[in-house]
Design a protein around this ligand. Sequence first.
Ligand code: UDP
Length: 495
Amino acid sequence: MAFDVDISPMSIDRLRAVLSPDQIEAFDRGAEEARELLGGRVVWNVNSTARGGGVVELLQPLVAYARGAGVDARWVVIEGPAEFFELTKRIHNRLHGVEGDGPLDDSARRLYELVLQHNLDELAERVREGDVVIVHDPQPSGMIEALAARGASVVWRCHIGLDLPNEITRETWDFLLPYVRHADAYVFSRESFAWEGLDRDRIVVIPPSIDPFAPKNEELSPNTVRDVLRASGLISDGDDPGPVTFERQDGTPGRVERRAHLTEERPLGPDDPVVLQVSRWDALKDPLGVIRGFAEHVAPATGAHLVYAGPDVEAVADDPEGARMLREARALYAELPAEQRARMHLATLPMDDLEENAIIVNALQRHARVVVQKSLAEGFGLTVSEAMWKGRPVVASRIGGIQDQIVHGESGLLLDDPTDLAAYGAAVTELLNDPARATAIGERARERVRERFLSARSLLDYLALMRKLVRAPDAVAADASVVKQAVAHPGAAGR
Ligand code: UDP
């Protein structure tokens, strides 16, 4: 039960290269303060998976940079039987307002508590008084009270965001509140995602960030972009690019050698203008709307091609939703008139080597003239920050955290109604037809990400939170003690 993820430290020095002088100064001060404040303490991160998903993407660089700054940050993954993860998936779906495959009743609660108790048996004795524990998402939240009882400061980091909670969401909050409310602070990606029923004073907003040096975001020269896209079969100009190598995060060499699977009439040429959406095959990413809107409103008005790139779902046996959505996308493609089909490329990207996959996504994003994120619901949208960092003009739905990422008309274009295909088509066409504006928006997009959405920013945000928790626990936990007292001795809180 529960295992450690081994994370090699990454030097924070390299972050300097992408920060402004003011940011470098704040960052250097922060690193020094972090060492002083957190010396002798462990900063634990607890979540439920070491592979795949946005949380892993976020956590990996933050833990690595914290270690590089001299902080003893660690990452522990809880384990459990399949029924536990079925239950936590149900909780996840219900938090998004979807009924799912069963109730959250007493037997669900017993299973949840039992599995977390097993995990706690090992973890609790490693956590010392004065440590900080960041518990990620609902899966491990049932451990918060016991970890706090060890004398640690406990932060609950909720990565899930929903604009409009419904009754099912609220019922699910009720199931989880008895666990999460014991935390000293609750971190959400935006203010409006904070759950009802939590003490407002302990709510902290920290938007997700991207690592500029991850394979997904690192600089690639135009030649490398072209070679990666040729090697993975996404563009073709008749030449064999030969092997394309890249440096893995651990310093060892990697090679782009697997090919994407493409549904297309003919391969993209190197100079075909590309409009791109990178997303899982998920109804909430609206692949059908992205395809139909492009076919009806962009293809006739421009010479551009659409690439919708998602992960290879055929390899993922436990994602029937992804496979179904991909089938539907292919069926829609097959129905399109030939001249529209000729401008469509549905790509499933190889997932066997996640760093190879990341380099391909990176190259695609850099190659695109316009990047689209026409989601119907989105907590944050890492793909939006990824594309903005690469100086791409993004057209995205005005929903969830995307509203914080893009300032409409300045650092991207926001779609008021994500289901309005004509408006989506018009925004994309506008940027394709006005390269100077597209470039200006792309430049401001990169600056916006530099200012707010890089790992350095998140590290400083977490440091500010820890300063409050570690230096003056009473300041943040004043209300917490009242709540805890009220739980331990009902009626005592008002005395
Ligand atoms: N992604 C990827 N390969 C794919 C599709 C998506 O690496 O084929 C990545 C994407 O670049 C981003 C993450 O998966 O880093 C998706 O995060 P986002 O917040 O955009 O959406 P989510 O999938 O978490 O809803």
